[in-house]
Design a binder for this molecule. Structure first.
Ligand SMILES: [Zn+2]
Length: 273
């Protein structure tokens, strides 16, 4: 185990390649290969924070090529036990508007072929994932967002995670909407689940960039394009930073949630510190 260097982790999404000023950079080796980039370490209101850009510093890893296992392992190795996972997402509902944030509370996995577990034997564990997100960290983000006048943060929402890199078809999008799901994204799985296997808290914070394939019956809303997503992200990344900077000081020093209990059936075992 490396010396504990951070307690809170942030995994930045598309367009979000730096978080902290005045950082030190550290390359972490993991049994699963290299993470997406060196981890930067810094301080937010006396809390030690580690930042990792999910897609690499030049956005070289598309969602299905991100080494999620190495990313989460690297953060844990540095001491991180609580992770914020901001991510770009499309909206499936008219009331969730581009520019809004959604604190996710449920997840539907539509990905395939991704390495999504640390449990590779010889011991087989089955980790509870009924509630994929840490409720305590979610509340921290909601409180921070509630105190900021210039942004809307929605409480709860189901993310459907698609494989990508393509966007969804109109039929798929209509299907997801009809199921009542709120937003669509390409990276929350397996990221949120791997955090759980390691007994870490994980908050999924979706930043809405677009209305997926458009909204039926609403004129002037075109299907999502990459240009549209990145244009929105360029404006929104600083708002995401502001939201997380406001949230981090409010993270309780001692966790009041049960995310850590997953260790008992995960790869590390219940006694892992
Ligand atoms: Zn938790």
């Amino acid at each position: 185990m490396t010396q504990r260097r951070a307690e809170i982790g942030v995994i930045g999404g598309s367009g979000f390649y730096a978080f902290l000023d005045d950082t030190t950079e550290i390359s972490v080796h993991t049994p699963y290969g290299p993470p997406s980039a060196p981890v930067t370490l810094g301080v937010v209101a006396d809390r030690q924070v580690a930042f990792l850009p999910r897609h690499g510093l030049r956005h070289e890893f598309p969602p299905h090529r991100v080494n999620y296992r190495a990313n989460l392992w690297a953060l844990r190795e540095l001491g991180v036990r609580r992770v914020f996972g901001p991510c770009a997402a499309g909206s499936l509902r008219p009331e969730i508007e581009p520019g809004d944030f959604v604190v996710l509370d449920q997840l539907v996995d539509r990905t395939w072929g991704r390495t999504d577990t640390y449990v590779d034997g010889p011991v087989a564990g089955h980790v509870t994932f009924a509630d994929p997100y840490c409720p305590e960290l979610g509340q921290v983000v909601l409180r921070a967002g509630g105190a900021m006048t210039d942004l809307t943060v929605h409480e709860g929402g189901t993310v459907v995670v698609i494989q990508g890199p393509r966007f969804s078809t109109r039929a798929e999008s209509a299907w997801y909407r009809s199921a009542g799901w709120g937003v669509i994204n390409m990276t929350q799985y397996p990221e949120a689940y791997l955090a759980r296997e390691l007994g870490m808290c994980y908050a999924g914070v979706a930043l809405i960039t677009d209305y997926d394939t458009g909204l039926e019956g609403v004129e002037g809303i075109e299907p999502v394009t990459m240009e549209q997503v990145f244009k929105m992200l360029a404006r929104a990344v600083s708002r995401t930073r502001d939201l997380l900077f406001a949230a981090i000081p409010d993270v309780p020093e001692a966790a009041g949630c049960h995310c850590r209990d997953a260790l008992s059936s995960g790869p590390l075992g219940p006694d892992y510190a």
